[in-house]
Design a protein around this ligand. Structure first.
Ligand code: SF4
Length: 157
């Protein structure tokens, strides 16, 4: 089961998007130096399709992207929620995994962030980060757009 703790509108988590980021708990990744240890616990409310649709009804005119922050305890449930709202809104998934689960349905996403937080390599906007931000292309391949996470960096499409 997916549970969410809170949500916020953010501007830097996905390049060029105004993103409603929904923070999911029950994270199994156990990164050293985790920025939000409370997200490793079983806390929050169940995130259902009804709740996600309600968030879009409320914020859909303000945002361009809905991002699931976490959900590594149930990736296919994340994909099912993304399927329910995509392409009504662009979708993104922040995963702490090194790799996507086998046969993960990428067609329901526009962006995927992969990789655990490793303090020695820095966060996602750091030049030496081990994490990767990808854009999902029309042919469902992953385009590495990690350099665009650095503040002030903008690349031609
Ligand atoms: S994936 Fe994120 S929430 Fe989960 S342990 Fe790592 S830093 Fe913490």
């Amino acid at each position: 089961m997916l549970k969410y703790v809170n949500f916020d509108i953010v501007f830097r988590e996905v390049p060029d998007e105004v993103t409603l980021a929904v923070n999911l708990s029950c994270c199994p990744c156990r990164c050293e130096g985790c920025h939000s240890p409370q997200l490793q616990t079983d806390t929050g409310e169940e995130l259902t399709t009804e709740i996600v649709n309600g968030l879009l009804d409320r914020y859909g005119k303000t945002i361009t992207c809905l991002c699931f922050m976490g959900g590594d305890n149930a990736p296919l449930e994340v994909a099912a929620l993304a399927e329910a709202v995509h392409p009504r809104i662009k979708t993104a998934w922040y995963s702490g995994r090194e790799h996507l689960p086998k046969d993960f349905p990428l067609q329901h996403f526009n962006y995927v962030k992969l990789g655990p937080y490793r303090p020695q390599y820095g966060p996602l906007d750091h030049p030496t980060t081990n994490q990767r931000m990808y854009r999902v292309t029309a042919s469902r391949t992953l385009e590495d757009i990690t350099p665009r996470m650095r503040f002030g960096t903008r690349f031609a499409d």
